[in-house]
Design a protein around this ligand. Structure first.
Ligand SMILES: [Zn+2]
Length: 214
C-alpha cells in the first residue's frame, strides 16, 4: 500500500485564504499528545475555546492552513467525512471566524470551520529506509521514537505496521500528517478543496526545501 503526506501550504493564499489565531489562549498538551512511556509532548499545547481565527481573504477552501497545528475544515468537509467511514480524525473543535481580511460588502460569508484532531497512528516511520534521513539527535524512547530530525528527502512508512487509520500522525514523525489512498479517493469524490499531498517516499523535509530555494 502507498502512503501520502499532507503538504501544508501554511501562508500560501493564492487560491484560498490561510488562517491565524486571534487572541489565542492555550493550555498544556492533551493527554493523547503526551507519550505515556517517556512523558515527552508529541503534539502542541491545547488551543482553548473560544478559538478565534482571522482569514487572509474572502476565498474559502474546504481546508484552511496557517499558523495553527493541523488545519481547519469546513462544515461540508466535516459532514462528508463523518459519513465516509474513514478513521483517524478523532475530534472536530469549532472555531469562530473573527475577521476576514480584504472582505467587501459583496464578498461571500465564510462557512463554519472546525479544527481537526488527528490520531497518533501505530504506523512506523522507518528512518533507515527513508531516503536521505539524518537525525541531529536519535530517539531514545522506543514508544514515541521522537528524535530531532536534521533533514530527509523522503519518508518510508512501514505498511506492515499500519493500524487501519486513513489519516494519522506516523509514529516517529510528530507534526506530520499521513493519509492512505482511500483518503485521497474520498477527497476526490467529494471534490473537497485545498489539500495537497505528496507520495511519502518523495516528500522532502519542508524546511530543507525552503533553504534550497533561497
Ligand atoms: Zn516517548
Amino acid at each position: 500500500m502507498e502512503f501520502f503526506i499532507l503538504d501544508s501550504k501554511l501562508f500560501d493564499d493564492r487560491d484560498f485564504a490561510y488562517g491565524e489565531q486571534v487572541d489565542q489562549k492555550t493550555a498544556e498538551p492533551e493527554k493523547k499528545d503526551i507519550c505515556s512511556a517517556c512523558g515527552v509532548a508529541m503534539g502542541p499545547r491545547k488551543w482553548l475555546s473560544p478559538r478565534r481565527v482571522k482569514l487572509s481573504k474572502p476565498s474559502y477552501g474546504d481546508v484552511v492552513h496557517g499558523s495553527f497545528s493541523k488545519f481547519l475544515v469546513s462544515s461540508r468537509f466535516k459532514e462528508l467525512y463523518e459519513k465516509s467511514g474513514l478513521q483517524g480524525i478523532n475530534r472536530f473543535d469549532s472555531v469562530e471566524i473573527a475577521k476576514v481580511l480584504r472582505k467587501k460588502v459583496s464578498s461571500p460569508e465564510p462557512p463554519d470551520y472546525f479544527q481537526v484532531q488527528v490520531d497518533h497512528g501505530e504506523t512506523l516511520m522507518i528512518p533507515e529506509r527513508s531516503p536521505g534521513f539524518i537525525f541531529t539527535r536519535k530517539p531514545s524512547c522506543s514508544a514515541c521514537r521522537i528524535g530531532t530530525i536534521a533533514t530527509y528527502d523522503g519518508i518510508f512508512l512501514d505498511p506492515d505496521t499500519w493500524d487501519g487509520k486513513h489519516i494519522f500522525i506516523p509514529n516517529g514523525l510528530p507534526g506530520t500528517i499521513a493519509v492512505t489512498e482511500e483518503f485521497l479517493a474520498f477527497l476526490n469524490e467529494s471534490q473537497l478543496t485545498n489539500m495537497v499531498f505528496e507520495p511519502a517516499i518523495s516528500y522532502k523535509a519542508p524546511w530543507s526545501r525552503n533553504r534550497a530555494s533561497k
